[in-house]
Design a protein around this ligand. Structure first.
Ligand SMILES: Cc1ncc(COP(=O)(O)O)c(C=O)c1O
Length: 410
C-alpha cells in the first residue's frame, strides 16, 4: 500500500486472474446423467459410489467414504475411533476450525502441541511430550499442502498404541515417501470446498482399516447399517454426499492432478524469487515430501525487511497480487468456543465436562504457533495462473522488498 501511496506509481498488476477450478462440459455431462436418472441423493444413485471408488484408487487405499465437508470428514474419523468423553486428541492450533469441531462434537479434548515455526506443521517432539494415558489419537494437519513426516508419526502412533488421523483438507495429492498423504494414517480426511478440487462443499475419508470400514460408512449415515429393516446403532450425524456432488467430484478428480502439478510449477518459480530476497525465507519441504501447494506460504523477517508480514501482504495486495497475513487471526485455542468453553446455550456445560474445564485454553500460549502467524504471508494458488501472472508476482515481490529494505537503510 505504502508504495502506491508514496510514489503514486501504478501497481504491478491491474487485471484479474483466471478461475480457481477447471470446470465445464465434463461436470455438466456427469450432472445431466444424475438428473436424467432422477436420483439426486446417494441412496439409489451411482455417482457417489463411483467417486469413492475412483478416489480410493487414486490414493492407493481400500476404503473411501464421501461426506459433506472437510469438517464432516474429520468428525467422521473421530466418530469412528469412538473416544470416551474426556479422551484427548493431540493436534495443532494453526488450522481451520474444521480440524477441531469433530473432536468437540464427540466430547473429546483437543490438546494443542506447538509447531515448527518454519513449516507451520506440528512439532513431533512436542506431540510426544503431550501424550498422556488419556490420549486416544494424534491428528496431524499438512498445512498449505506441505506434508508432515509421516513415517515418524506412524512409528509414534504405534509406540503408544494411538490412532493416527491425517487432515489432508489442504493437501490432496501431496506425498510423503512416494505415497499420497492420507494413506499413511488410520484415516485421511479431505475437503472439496475451496480446495484443489471442488464439489461445492464436500469431503472424503480414506482408510485401510478393514476392521473399522463398516463403522466408517455408518457413522456418516446416522449409524444406520442400511439393513432391510430400519435400525440405528449409535449416535451419529447424516453426512451423506448427494449424487449431484458425486457427479461433479468424478469429473473434478480427473483434473486434480493437472491442477496440483500446475501449482507446483508456480511454486517452483516463487521459490526462486523468495530465496533471492534478503528478509524473506521459504517454508521448507522435507526431502521425502512433495508439497501440493494449496497455498504458497513464505516468511518475512521484520528486522531484515523493515516490514511485518501483514505490511508486506498489504503492499502485495496494493500491487494487485493476492496475498494475506496473518493466515488466521490467532491460534484456535484463543477462539471463544475454546477459551470460554461455551458450547450449549448459556450453560457452563462444556463440550467434555470437567476434564475439559480443567484446561485453561484462554491462557495457553504456544510461542512458535504465534510466531508462525506473525511471520507468514500466504498466497492462494490457482491452476489457471499464467506465465504472465507468475512474472507479475515475482516483480511485485521484488518491488515491495526493495521498497521496504531501502527505507530501512535510509
Ligand atoms: C486444514 C483444514 N481442515 C479442515 C477444513 C474444513 O473443511 P470444510 O471447509 O470443507 O469443512 C479446512 C477448510 O478450510 C482446512 O483447511
Amino acid at each position: 500500500m505504502a508504495i502506491a501511496i508514496e510514489r503514486n506509481a501504478p501497481p504491478v498488476r491491474s487485471g484479474s486472474f483466471g478461475p480457481q477450478w477447471d470446470m465445464g462440459d465434463e461436470e455438466i455431462n456427469e450432472l445431466i446423467e444424475v438428473i436424467r436418472a432422477g436420483k439426486l441423493g446417494r441412496l439409489g444413485g451411482s455417482k457417489v459410489d463411483q467417486f469413492e471408488r475412483d478416489f480410493a484408487e487414486m490414493n492407493g487405499v481400500n476404503y473411501a467414504q464421501a461426506v459433506t465437508s472437510g469438517t464432516a470428514a474429520v468428525h467422521t474419523a473421530v466418530g469412528v475411533i469412538d473416544p470416551n468423553p474426556g479422551d484427548e486428541i493431540i493436534t495443532t492450533s494453526i488450522t481451520d476450525m474444521g480440524t477441531i469441531i469433530g473432536i468437540l462434537y464427540q466430547n473429546a479434548i483437543p490438546i494443542f502441541a506447538d509447531i515448527d515455526p518454519a513449516t507451520g506443521n506440528l512439532d513431533i517432539q512436542d506431540v510426544e511430550a503431550k501424550i498422556t494415558e488419556r490420549t486416544k489419537a494424534i491428528l496431524v494437519v499438512h498445512l498449505f499442502g506441505n506434508p508432515c513426516p509421516m513415517e515418524a508419526y506412524v512409528a509414534l502412533a504405534r509406540k503408544y498404541d494411538l490412532f493416527l488421523i491425517e487432515d489432508c483438507a489442504q493437501a490432496q495429492l501431496a506425498e510423503y515417501g512416494g505415497r499420497p498423504v492420507g494413506a499413511w494414517g488410520d484415516f485421511g480426511c479431505f475437503s472439496f470446498g475451496g480446495k484443489h478440487m471442488t464439489t461445492g462443499d464436500g469431503g472424503m475419508v480414506i482408510s485401510n482399516r478393514a476392521d473399522l470400514s463398516e463403522r466408517l460408512k455408518w457413522f456418516a449415515d446416522k449409524g444406520n447399517p442400511r439393513h432391510p429393516i430400519y435400525e440405528h446403532y449409535y449416535l451419529a450425524p447424516n453426512y451423506r454426499m448427494t449424487d449431484l456432488q458425486g457427479a461433479v467430484g468424478i469429473a473434478q478428480l480427473r483434473k486434480v492432478t493437472a491442477a496440483v502439478r500446475h501449482k507446483q510449477w508456480v511454486a517452483s518459480h516463487l521459490n526462486e524469487v523468495i530465496d533471492g530476497e534478503e528478509g524473506l525465507s521459504l517454508q521448507p519441504v522435507l526431502p521425502e515430501a512433495r508439497h501440493s501447494y494449496w497455498a504458497y506460504g513464505f516468511h518475512v523477517d521484520a528486522a531484515l525487511m523493515g516490514a511485518s508480514a501483514t505490511q508486506f501482504a498489504a503492499a502485495l495486495q496494493a500491487e494487485g497480487v493476492p496475498a494475506n497475513a496473518p493466515y488466521m487471526i490467532y491460534p484456535v485455542y484463543k477462539y471463544p468456543v475454546m477459551a470460554q468453553q461455551r458450547a450449549y446455550g448459556t450453560s457452563d456445560f462444556s463440550w467434555a465436562g470437567e476434564a475439559a474445564t480443567a484446561i485453561d485454553y484462554g491462557s495457553l500460549s504456544l510461542q512458535d504457533s504465534e510466531k508462525f502467524l506473525e511471520t507468514t504471508v500466504v498466497m492462494p494458488m490457482n491452476p489457471s495462473y499464467t506465465e504472465q501472472d507468475v512474472a507479475d508476482f515475482s516483480a511485485a515481490i521484488k518491488k515491495v522488498s526493495d521498497y521496504y529494505r531501502s527505507k530501512l537503510s535510509a
